[in-house]
Design a binder for this molecule. Structure first.
Ligand code: HEM
Length: 399
């Protein structure tokens, strides 16, 4: 082989190596930013109000968020959310090489915390899903449950190989664990990326949150990243310059897609959540919830009108306040109270299809079929795209 050919080959190898390193760093940076925003929004939106003793906001984004009296279920949700913040932050600290190399004792303790949290988040998630009930159908629940099993399996392997001082295998399992844990970020980004590409929901019914795309993404959220990681390991071990360049290009494109999804979910969900968390207004739902418990629903309804007339700017009267309180009451099987609260919301927001949909659900759970039908019809009139209402009307044998 001539010297010129050898030099060219060496240059190509070095270019491939540098490009792959750059693509990996770019991927890690995007995930790091996404994880940080995600953790900040979870800590702000769920954590801050909880510290003040205000739990009703949990029901705004979680099917069975906080149900008064259900100590075990509420503990599971609290543990899941707390573990979410801890595991995201611990993961970031665990993988930054500068921290890992300079502070080995911290790395060990943070690693232990990560492994323990992998179990707490998974067990709490499984409890929320199978005991309390959650959004989605059986196939989605199976997908997410397999994720919980994989998280615990990977955590066990990470620990096992660290204790055996086989750091090469330990590192591989640590990366797998990090990816399966990060699936919670990937699924949110993937879902919102599909909204951008399709200009709306794709492959599922937004009213019931069921459909083939959601089944697919419930498994793909961790299987695709794990497959890419195995490919990456093989590339590092065996591939030549061309293989490395191909891997770098694929990683780069995947990162761009991930970044777009993270940006979309940040703007649609996390920025509004953070804004709500730092909203200086008092939650009217929380105030009324306390009154319902201490003095009953009639006094709560009276208080609602009084506050609205006297101090409208001090309290938060947004649509989702009474809507989430209504769902909280439905969750606690206090259907009469839920109907009353949701009627107040319909009075305040008479043009909202969502408000009538919630009211219809409360009537249905209370066994009042004619009112359930009337309110689903009203909801459909205001929002003809409400596929959930169409489905419910069919179920109720309504015209
Ligand atoms: C490991 C990473 C995970 C993180 C960071 C995470 C984070 C979260 C967050 C923040 C929520 C609240 C909803 C939201 O604001 O988006 C949530 C809900 C939930 N999570 Fe997880 N989660 C993880 C893993 C799991 C696993 C493994 C399961 C297993 C079954 C699970 C089950 C659930 C359930 C059932 C809900 C409630 C969904 C509903 O509204 O019905 N999560 N999770």
């Amino acid at each position: 082989m001539s010297t010129a050919v050898m030099t060219n080959r060496l240059e190509l190898n070095s270019l491939a190596e540098t490009t792959l390193k750059a693509a990996t760093r770019f991927w890690f940076l995007v995930v790091l930013i996404g994880q940080s925003v995600f953790a900040f929004s979870v800590a702000s939106f769920y954590g801050l109000p909880a510290l003040r003793g205000d739990f009703h906001g949990w029901s705004k984004h979680i099917t069975h968020g906080h149900i008064p009296g259900d100590t075990m279920g509420n503990f599971a949700v609290g543990m899941h959310l707390f573990s979410a913040v801890v595991i995201i932050l611990a993961g970031v600290l665990q993988l930054v090489p500068q921290i890992r190399n300079r502070f080995p004792v911290f790395h060990r303790w943070n690693g232990r915390l990560y492994v323990v949290t992998a179990f707490t988040i998974s067990i709490a998630g499984l409890y929320m899903m199978w005991i309390r009930g959650s959004v989605g159908d059986l196939s989605q629940n199976l997908g997410t449950s397999l994720m919980a099993v994989l998280i615990m399996l990977c955590a066990g392997m990470v620990l096992r190989y660290a204790m055996a001082r086989d750091f090469r295998t330990h590192r591989r399992w640590a990366l797998r664990l990090y990816l399966v844990v990060s699936a919670s970020l990937f699924i949110r980004a993937g879902l919102f990326l599909s909204f951008i590409l399709n200009h709306g929901p794709f492959g599922f019914d937004p009213a019931t949150f069921r459909g083939p795309f959601l089944t697919f993404i419930s498994f793909a959220q961790y299987l695709v990243p794990l497959a890419v990681l195995e490919l990456y390991f093989r590339t590092q071990e065996r591939a030549g310059a061309v293989g490395r360049l191909a891997m770098a290009a694929s990683l780069f494109m995947l990162t761009i897609a991930l970044g777009a999804g993270i940006f979309a979910v940040t703007m649609a969900i996390w920025v509004p959540q953070v804004k709500a968390a730092y909203d200086p207004r008092t939650s009217v739902a929380e105030t009324l919830s306390a009154t319902i418990v201490s003095r009953g629903i009639d006094q709560a309804a009276k208080q609602y009108y009084e506050l609205k007339a006297a101090v409208p700017a001090t309290y938060n009267f947004d649509e989702d306040e009474l809507n989430s309180l209504g769902y909280q009451l439905i969750g606690a099987k206090k259907f009469k109270e839920a109907i009353r609260i949701l009627e107040l919301n319909a009075e305040a927001y008479p043009r909202s299809g969502n408000v009538y949909d919630s009211l219809a659900e409360a009537y249905m759970d209370d066994g009042n079929k004619p009112q359930a039908i009337a309110n689903y019809q009203k909801s459909l009139e205001l929002n003809p795209k409400n596929a959930g209402a169409v489905q419910m009307l069919r179920k109720l044998n309504a015209p």
